[in-house]
Design a protein around this ligand. Structure first.
Ligand code: NDP
Ligand code: HSE
Length: 434
């Protein structure tokens, strides 16, 4: 049988890794697919750099559209990133009736509904395993392995850069800036690293996971997003002393009123497996009603781990390339006509436990006033810690039982305006993950 011809758009970190995996493991891949997979054309801006990697036999061009429109090419692999040319090239590839593999979570989070709709109409596949949690086959697990389940919740460490930064700060005591520079050097960070540190990249991935888990449209614009740039070292240390670790967690949960969709730094009990995921590693917990909680762990970023997911998608697409669209696995796990529009829950209605830290004057009545405000707001205190700060002040930490976020916000507003409160009140969410 003839070889499957692939057009590779972008040959940077992930594109380069994809080339290496496809060429290095060509024999194993052919044994799996039943045909060889060959990259016949590559798009890049720096063609000399690309030439050094792929040699003389592959066609190189700056014009990705010429690859997309080449009738000889069967599958387009988009690894350029960003939203402009990547979107144009993917939409044109679909219009040309070509299957697409992409790692572009930013694009899919914002334009996924349009892209998946066009692909379904045209009967082609858009595969995106590498877009969520790098090399971990979590999309395949949710879409296929857990297909029997009504998924209840998904919670994950889905940004390697921030997990690397948090680990380095906690374990080696390095500064935020130093750890971020290392993550950039190692190829984990996005072209714009604010996407990583401000939680945007994790929210891109979480909105895709929510769509796959619950059969809802991709709704990145409704996600609640907090990153780690404001996280204080002392909260990392306090959490540690109290038996918790702080992780940037993406959480999406089905509740009676809607779907939770949120990314924020989160205290997790230190004994949980997720709390012990260090460095650039990612891990995703998926809980289904039949199977219970399941955990997927591995490298969430970097050249070869991400390429592993890209090539796995290529293998899937190559196997089903000629199949009738009715026999393809739907891109978002549910049949396109069976997607439902469950609302995304407002953060005010999210129920969680909370870590609250504030500095106060250390005098009679202070604690009583704080406790009264919390109690009036239906917030029950689970535990409380106090340590002196200087001669006249004290740092107080409350850990709450489960409370509605709207109630917590109202209580914090009142507390913040009290004359004896001498700092901003720090509020972090806690997840038990059971
Ligand atoms: P890189 O910046 O390393 O590579 C981008 C590639 O695209 C380069 O070859 C670049 O060419 C090429 N390119 C960019 N713009 C154009 C253009 N206008 N025309 C032609 N070629 C162009 O990015 P990554 O490999 O890190 O990321 C690629 C995608 O994978 C992104 O969507 C990213 O979010 C995603 N991803 C990345 C992961 C990682 O660990 N890095 C993990 C998971 C997903 P040149 O070098 O010549 O400029
Ligand atoms: N910047 C991303 C991360 C790359 O750090 O996880 C993988 O998607």
């Amino acid at each position: 049988m003839s070889r499957i011809k692939v057009g590779l758009l972008g040959i940077g970190v992930v594109g380069g890794g994809t080339w290496k995996v496809l060429t290095g493991n060509a024999g194993e891949i052919e044994r799996r697919v039943g045909r060889g997979i060959e990259v016949v054309a590559v798009a890049a801006r720096d063609l000399d750099k690309a030439r050094r990697l792929v040699g003389e036999t592959v066609r190189l061009t700056e014009d990705g559209m010429s690859i997309v429109r080449d009738p000889e090419i069967d599958i387009i692999v988009e690894l350029v990133g960003g939203e402009s040319v990547a979107r144009e090239w993917i939409m044109e590839a679909i219009a040309q009736g070509k299957h697409v593999v992409t790692a572009n979570k930013a694009l899919l989070a914002k334009h996924g509904n349009e892209i998946f709709r066009a692909a379904a109409e045209k009967g082609v596949m858009v595969a995106f395993e590498a877009a969520v949690a790098g090399g971990i086959p979590v999309i395949k697990a949710i879409r296929e392995g857990l297909a029997a389940n009504r998924i209840q919740w998904v919670a994950g460490i889905i940004n390697g850069t921030t997990n690397y930064i948090l680990s380095e700060m906690r374990v080696r005591g390095v500064s935020f800036e130093e750890a971020l520079a290392d993550a950039q050097r190692l190829g984990y960070a996005e072209a714009d690293p604010t996407f990583d540190v401000e939680g945007v990249d994790a929210a891109h991935k979480l909105s895709l996971l929510a769509s796959l888990a619950f059969g809802i449209p991709v709704q990145f614009d409704k996600a609640h997003i907090e990153g780690i740039s404001e996280l204080a070292r002392e909260d990392i240390a306090h959490a540690e002393r109290l038996g918790y670790r702080i992780k940037l967690l993406g959480v999406t949960r089905r509740s009676a009123k809607g779907i939770e969709l949120r990314v924020h730094p989160t205290l997790i009990p230190a004994e949980r497996l997720l709390a012990n995921v260090e460095g650039a590693m990612n891990a995703v917990l998926v809980s289904g009603d039949a199977v219970g909680p399941t955990l997927y762990y591995g490298q969430g970023a970097g050249e070869l781990p991400t390429a592993s997911a890209v090539v796995a998608d290529l293998v899937d697409v190559a196997r089903l390339q000629a199949a009738d669209p009715g026999h393809q696995v739907p891109s978002l796990a549910f049949q396109p006509n069976a997607m439902v529009d469950i609302p995304i829950l407002s953060m005010d209605d999210v129920v969680s436990s909370y870590y609250l830290r504030l500095r106060v004057e250390d005098r009679p009545g202070v604690l009583a006033d704080l406790a009264r405000i919390l109690s009036d707001s239906h917030i029950s205190i689970n535990s409380m810690f106090q340590e002196p700060h200087g001669e006249a002040d004290a740092d107080i930490i409350f850990l709450s039982h489960q409370a509605r976020e709207g109630d917590v916000n109202r209580a914090l507003e009142k507390i913040q305006s009290l004359p004896f409160v001498k700092s901003r009140v720090i509020r972090l969410r806690m997840e038990n993950l059971l």
